[in-house]
Design a protein around this ligand. Structure first.
Ligand SMILES: Cc1ncc(COP(=O)(O)O)c(C=O)c1O
Length: 404
């Protein structure tokens, strides 16, 4: 039997046997990749329409990023922040410039960037705004996804993410996403920050109502509250702009960045803000052994340079229109809703037809990898190097899956 000669089944079995089941991956075992394409252990090829949840915006093994990593591996990989290394200043200066902010604070994972933003906002609240000790509060949105630490899941509204992980960290108020009046009503003298995803990725690429983000900006400014934009998934070219906030000309006080900042090679995250905000931290108050390490900085500096040209943002905006047109053509033919910004789409499948998981399994069988989120929603986020023909191919495969 041909099936007996395939390497995938035993690799899937072993992966399940020896790991905690905190994920439910598609049964595909990838062994190599280039650009927008993946190859599995049995030589089958797949078009990547997830891009590592936007960590692979520049595609797999982008030559400039791989070269930077190789060169750095041969020179210096880690110093810790006890010493300064020669890749550090360039990275921080160029990322700060890309963000239009004075300073950056590098970390590793997205969750660490969120934790950093929370700590900075609280300290700013006590030291600059004058909030009474222990009273600082942060407003967040229903349906948020900001990571998996105990503090972050404390203000999650997803029971899978939150249940049985208490006791929970106090100091957060949840308001409905997109409801400016509710947000404004929740603000009081102890509010130090509003923490939002400008587009809610995990929730299914939920776009904010027009005017919401500018409204949040105005309300924050009027009430001396920091606006923290979690652009970990939405930022760095994904939506056709450097930052999703830019679509409505909104500039937050803090950007939280991650995922694509590491070029799909190393985990790199960062917080960018002006000196009156990030300047509240003193030595010993925050840090990370690997944060801002030489390998991370070498790769991430090249990421920032790729973005500084604007080419990826333009490509994402242009190709996003093609993706939108293709997906909107499937409305009423198995799709009940389509939300697109740049090369980022959330599509809701008619639940009577199939679940998102089933759709992704059927797409996989047709050589396209995507990932379901809640219920019958799937998210399409191909690497920004995808070609127009490849977008048409992905849409055609989805059409075939929906047609059964
Ligand atoms: C908006 C957002 N914030 C934070 C995170 C957490 O990032 P990480 O998984 O690198 O900790 C994610 C991850 O999906 C995210 O989408």
């Amino acid at each position: 039997m041909i099936e007996d000669m395939l390497r995938t089944p035993s690799a899937v079995r072993d992966a399940e046997r020896y790991t905690a089941h905190n994920y439910h991956p598609l049964p595909v075992v990838i062994s190599s990749a280039e650009g927008a394409w993946l190859t599995d252990v049995d030589g089958r090829r797949y078009l990547d329409c997830l891009a590592g949840y936007s960590a692979l915006n520049f595609g797999h093994r982008h030559p400039t990023l791989v070269r930077a990593a190789h060169e750095q591996l041969d020179r210096l990989t880690l110093t810790s922040r006890a010493f300064i290394h020669d890749q550090f200043a360039d990275f921080c200066r160029e990322l700060a410039a890309l963000c239009g902010k004075d300073l950056v604070l590098p970390m590793n994972t997205g969750a660490e960037a969120v934790e950093t933003g929370i700590k900075v906002a609280r300290k700013w609240g006590y030291q600059v705004k004058g909030v009474a000790p222990g009273q600082a509060n942060i407003i967040v949105a229903d349906g948020n996804f900001h990571g998996r630490t105990t503090t972050i899941v404390s203000f999650s509204t997803d029971s899978d993410a939150r249940a049985d992980f208490g006791p929970y960290t106090p100091g957060f108020t949840v308001v409905p996403y997109g409801d400016l009046a509710a947000l404004e009503a929740a603000i009081d003298g102890n509010t130090v920050a509003v923490l939002l995803e400008p587009i809610q990725g995990e929730q299914g690429v939920v776009l904010p109502p027009a005017g919401y983000l500018p409204g949040v900006r105005r309300v924050c400014t009027e009430n001396d509250v920091l606006f923290i934009a979690d652009e970990i998934q939405s930022g760095l070219g994904r939506t056709g702009r450097t930052f999703a906030c830019e679509h409505e000309d909104v500039v937050p006080d803090l950007y939280l960045l991650g995922k694509a900042l590491g070029g799909g090679i190393v985990p790199v995250s960062a917080v960018a803000a002006d000196a009156d905000v990030l300047g509240v931290l003193r030595p010993g108050q925050h840090g990370s052994t690997f944060g801002g390490n030489p390998l991370a900085c070498a790769v991430a500096t090249e990421v920032v340079r790729l973005l500084a040209t604007g080419d990826f943002q333009r490509r994402s905006a242009e190709l996003g229109e093609r993706l939108r047109a293709g997906l909107e053509g499937l409305l009423g033919k198995g799709l009940v809703a389509v939300r697109v910004r740049g090369l980022w789409a959330g599509v809701d499948i008619d639940p009577a037809l199939m679940t998102g998981r089933q759709a992704c399994e059927r797409l996989m069988a047709r050589g396209v990898l995507a990932k379901d989120t809640h219920g019958s929603t799937i998210r399409l986020a191909p690497p920004l190097v995808i070609t127009p023909d490849e977008i048409d191919h992905a849409v055609a495969q989805l059409a075939a899956v929906l047609a059964g």
